[in-house]
Ligand binder design. Structure first.
Ligand code: PFF
Length: 453
């Protein structure tokens, strides 16, 4: 039997996992939440959530993947054969496929804006809101960009673990980090940028209530790509000497740094242009920022153009590396479970996501009046169900599985590499995964469904 693919180096492991974590969520969602929920006070709470809840869950997924060296569905079948826990494995695979269907739509927008920035279109707009709505409501244009992003992602996945995911993560992640550093300098050098920094960093503890704490937890889970089958699948490609806790720590550090830096890029720039009020969510990067780039362009054309091109390139790289990690769990499942060729498995995932992605994309245009439960469009439905239902339910089951079902010695062996590494933190990890994580997730879940205040 052919040996199963592995990542070839520790750097590859960290950069591929960080590529999954660093995504659209870091660049627009985190800064918006910080701005709305108490600035530095929110950042502190967010960091606590990452350490106390995010890290133990990430380590758990790595344990399950690395111990079995199997795709997510078969990993659970091996660890708990014939039990209902197996369903969690299938759910991980399904969740990642489901997310890709709509994540690819927004990723397509980043490609359109990158091309628009290079062609000097984004920097010379008179009405950025109309530009955004005209584009997203067009029946075919956003579909074309979504398909292009899916094909880019396909090209990486079809090349496999080492030649595809690892190689391209090693190329794209350093570039992404470099762009962030350049953009922070650009943003800070704009006149009046201190105002934005003050807005972002002023700790306002009066805004902190249970709802804000729960949103910080939800953001931490989404941003770290927890409970989507991705980390478990990537974990299954880790070599036996990879240090699971250290890897999770590095990934969380990179992810949080990129999120905070994105805030440092966006808000000083937005506040340096007094007339512009920041939109929330995707509007922040697709409507507000073009206004900023346009004003920068009016002052010094080259700087405005450069700022816009770099920013959308950053967004595209972040989106693409996350898409790769969302594509791989289903591909690995088809490939191993049904003994398919990688090429065939990759095409099945790419084409099926494109077909459903068309519906999600068109829900901003021709299908905008097609509504589901609670008046949601296709896109809203996919976004809501994956982020608000699959994510907390999956996280809850993973915590229970690692904390209560798996043999404690098996978990200890994975976390300490069979006793080669210190086990000082192991009891803390076990406590968090058995108690803190499940309780916190139940609270997030009830809050998201509007049952808690
Ligand atoms: N963590 C990514 C982000 O912050 O944008 C999003 C993501 C990646 C979600 C991988 C789900 C996933 F499976």
């Amino acid at each position: 039997m052919a040996t199963r693919a592995n990542f070839s180096s520790k750097l590859g492991i960290i950069l591929a996992s960080a590529g999954s974590a660093v995504g659209l969520g870091n660049v627009w969602r985190f800064p918006t939440e910080v701005g709305e929920n108490g600035g530095a006070a929110f950042i502190l709470i967010y960091m606590a959530c990452v350490v106390v809840l995010g890290l133990p869950l990430m380590v758990s997924e790595f344990v399950i993947g690395r111990h079995t060296h199997k795709n997510t569905a078969d990993a659970y079948r091996e660890l708990a054969p014939g039990t209902p826990w197996v369903l969690q494995g299938y759910m991980g695979v399904f969740t990642s496929w489901f997310i890709l269907c709509y994540y690819s739509v927004v990723s397509g927008w980043t490609l359109k804006y990158l091309i628009g920035a290079v062609a000097n279109e984004v920097t010379t707009l008179t009405d950025s809101t109309a530009y955004f709505t005209d584009f997203t409501s067009d029946p075919w244009l956003p579909v074309i960009f979504m398909v292009l992003m899916m094909l880019l992602c396909h090209q990486v996945i079809v090349r496999g673990v080492q030649n595809g995911i690892e190689r391209y993560s090693k190329l794209m992640m350093p570039l992404l980090l470099l762009i962030i550093a350049v953009l922070v300098v650009c943003s800070f050098s704009m006149p009046g940028s201190e105002e934005g920094l003050r807005f972002l960093l002023k700790p306002d503890f009066s805004k902190i209530d249970s709802g804000v704490i729960l949103s910080a937890m939800g953001q931490a889970f989404f941003s770290l790509s927890i409970a989507m089958g991705c980390l478990c699948t990537y974990g299954s490609y880790f070599s036996d000497d990879a240090r699971l806790m250290k890897t999770a720590g590095s990934v969380a550090l990179i992810d949080t740094t990129v999120a905070v830096m994105s805030g440092f890029i966006i808000f000083p720039a937005v506040f340096s242009v007094a007339e512009v009020a920041p939109d929330a969510g995707p509007g922040l990067v697709f409507i507000t920022l073009p206004k900023v780039f346009q004003m920068a362009f009016e002052h010094v054309p080259l700087i405005g153009w450069f700022f816009a091109v770099m920013f959308y390139l950053l967004l595209l790289l972040a989106a693409l590396t996350s898409m790769m990690s969302i594509h791989e769990p289903t591909t690995a499942f088809l490939l191993e479970h049904f003994k398919m060729e990688r090429r065939t498995a990759t095409w099945i995932v790419t084409l099926s996501c494109i077909i459903v992605g068309v519906l999600c994309s068109m829900s901003f245009g021709p299908l905008k009046d097609v509504r589901f439960l609670f008046g949601m469009t296709f896109f809203d439905f996919f976004d809501y169900v994956s982020a608000k239902i699959f994510l907390p339910v999956g996280g809850f089951i993973i915590a229970l599985f690692t904390g209560w079902k798996l043999d404690r010695q098996l978990v200890r062996d994975e976390v300490t590499n069979h006793g080669m590494l210190s086990s000082a933190l192991f009891p803390v990890f076990m406590f968090l995964i058995r108690w803190a994580a499940p309780i916190a997730i139940v609270l997030i879940f009830l809050n998201e469904l509007g049952i808690l205040g």
